[in-house]
Design a protein around this ligand. Sequence first.
Ligand SMILES: [Zn+2]
Length: 470
Amino acid sequence: MVLSEESVLCTSRHGSSRPPTGAPASRAAGHKARASVLLLLFLLLFASAQAEVAFDSSFESGNATGFVQTGPTAYDFTFEPDTNSSDRQWFAFDVSGAAGMTLTFRLTQTNLSNVPGHWNTALPVASKDGGATWEFVTGSASNTSTTYTFSHTFTASPERIAFHFPYTWSYLVSRVAEWEQHPHVTREIIGQSVGGRAILLLHITNPEAVPAGGKKVFWFVTRQHAAEVTGSYLLDGLMEQLLADDETGRALRDGAEFFVAPMLNPDGVVAGNYRDNQAGVNLNRVWNNPSASTSPEVLAVTNRIDAWMAAGNRIDYFADLHSTSGASPHFAFHASSAIQPALYPTPATYSADSKAFLALLEEENPGFDAAKGSSGDTSEKLARQWITFKYGVFAFTFEGGYNKVNHGPNASARITPQDHRDVGRALARALVRRFDLQPAERADAWLVPGGGPKVGAQLATPRGETATME
Ligand SMILES: [Zn+2]
């Protein structure tokens, strides 16, 4: 029996043991009776605490609601749609009072986005330290077209459950603070989200190294879609390689400059959305016409790119990092073959060049599936197509999955953040090969006497701005 706090208090309040005052015999009896009541109260409170499993999703990236107990250890739940939208996929919630118990959760939701998609094999993750570290849940998962069921044996209280390894806005801000310690990294705020959070842009290059032909320029954007955490982990791996004190890192920083917008949808990430921003907009469908009021996150980037190109600069490569609900991680869409003819003699040449780059990446990481690459959605509303149509940039959308590696020698392994990071590191190596980048010490002719022009000097990168970070 589960007693509410109110019923426990009533038991105590209406017990028959209250002694009359002043009589020693009755006082002793009263003590005994009072002790019994206290013991009963303790036992009831203990039993109540043991049985009171509670749920909470009021934390960053949390999203779960409507928990209903359907059996001694079974619960149904659902999740909120994206802010001002009907998209939904991500869940994250805390469970308290369940230490020592194995609970089964059934996500019940008609119109699950991407059914069956990832739901057939993906396994949620659990954290005993409030999201600092994660492991897969202990039980297995299964699905129908409208439900997704998994179980977990709890050993801590509270313990956090999530759809896949979360990569939150707060974690990104902490990573940026670490990356900024590197002398070749500067950071600026190029705009604000609908909710007033900073749209960050990192600039990474070695300003002392100036190749004779100018540096290659690479752009990366991540987390347009709020829940697509694999893109963030891929970028994390790319940044680790880019900032490494090794030959690959030096080749990248000496031979190229990187512009990295590491989280374009911070509001959606904080809210626990699946895809959309705070205005309910799918940001990767507005690149040809972003709005200052409903998609300022994209407008900040397109304005920055337009200004960069208008000043006579170049962009050699662009990548937009996402996650896929399908069963074929990791792969990439390339841009439409309807490329500007000034850059490529024929669409077929462009397509071949794109596929050659993806093959290079698969050489660097056999878990990457180059053969799955295609031009996908050819609309200019998408980031990669917009920049390809407008500026003829060699552009890709990378997709990472939530299920199994599904390609290469570790195909059957359950995918983890390290797999995503490894693809990011491999992407960095593939860029070195594709663009023939070299460290400055192996290309002395690149160094301009006296330090040369300050590469990236046209960037306004004041340090110490106060960002709306949380
Ligand atoms: Zn996406």
